[in-house]
Design a protein around this ligand. Structure first.
Ligand code: AMP
Length: 277
């Protein structure tokens, strides 16, 4: 059985992982971490879904690659949404517990830019960002790109689905030069192939067979409904099977709270879970 200590990680990370109940590397971690540690200047393509442990697969090698003694931003991590950006930042921050002086900062759209500009003044070593806000901050000269050695795109296919194609192009043109690009995507969509071809140089590739990640016996169904009918329709679906247990995913924290409240008002035993709890 492969252990984290077999993968080449240093003592500060080997110490923190068990504290976070991360005992055994997942498949993507087993395959990606040794490559990213040994060939950190090489481009990398990881095909893996959320839930496979891919944040640690790039986050741990990124922490090893960054020099906390240099007062320079050395890595950018791009995420399609604010929520994912915050999750990545939380994980990387937690991993860096025993790495003295290492600074991580997350910035995202939909929130005031001024506090973010202020936070960037202390030159974080790793910046996690959503694409549009990153470009805004670059244009305002809040981020010095001269020391960037690694640019990571997480959920790149999701970024493209959300219409960030031009932003990705802009970011990659800003950071051109002697840096490595690590790109993670659940799928190898044609547009991902285009980006890989255009911006990546002979990437190392790791593909995780996702058949183990998703249960085989799931049937997918969808219902088209007017937004105002949604809660009533959900109630009827839930009531069809009194023993049903389930999870409803929402896009934002506020939606989880509102939907839980609306279903509770209809007498259903429902509760919300989100990042602030
Ligand atoms: P991710 O796929 O990166 O979104 O990770 C999903 C969750 O799994 C996160 O909460 C991680 O903290 C956790 N995780 C990542 N790697 C491991 C591991 N090797 N063992 C247990 N949990 C892990």
């Amino acid at each position: 059985m492969t252990k984290f200590s077999d993968l080449g990680l240093s003592a500060p990370l080997l110490k923190v992982l068990p504290e976070l109940n991360i005992e055994q590397p997942t498949k993507i971690q087993q395959q990606a971490i040794p490559i990213l540690l040994q060939e950190k200047s090489r481009d990398f393509l990881g095909l893996a879904q959320t839930g496979t442990g891919k944040t640690a697969a790039f986050g741990l090698p990124l922490l090893e690659a960054v020099d906390a003694d240099l007062k320079q931003t050395q890595a950018l991590v791009l995420a399609p949404t604010r929520e994912l950006g915050q999750q990545i930042a939380q994980q990387i921050q937690a991993f860096s517990k025993y790495m003295k002086g290492l600074r991580v900062q997350v910035v995202y759209g939909g929130a005031s830019i001024v506090p973010q500009m202020k936070a960037l003044k202390n030159t974080p070593h790793i910046i996690i960002a959503t694409p549009g806000r990153l470009l805004d901050l670059i244009k305002r000269k809040s981020i010095d790109l001269s020391g960037i050695e690694h640019v990571v795109f997480d959920e790149a296919d999701e970024m493209l689905n959300m219409g960030f194609r031009d932003d990705i192009d802009d970011i990659l043109s800003y950071t051109e030069g002697e840096k490595s690009t690590w790109l993670f995507s659940a799928t190898m969509a044609p547009e991902i192939k285009t980006i890989v071809k255009k911006y990546m140089n002979n990437p190392a590739e790791v593909k995780i067979d996702t058949s183990n990640v998703v249960n085989q016996n799931i049937e997918h169904k969808y219902f088209i409904a007017k937004s105002r009918d949604k809660v009533e329709i959900m109630k009827r679906i839930i009531e069809l099977e009194p023993d049903m247990r389930g999870i409803v995913f929402c896009r934002t924290k506020r939606e989880t709270q509102e939907l839980a409240q609306q279903l509770q008002n209809k007498g259903l035993p429902v509760d919300a879970i989100h990042g602030d709890l």
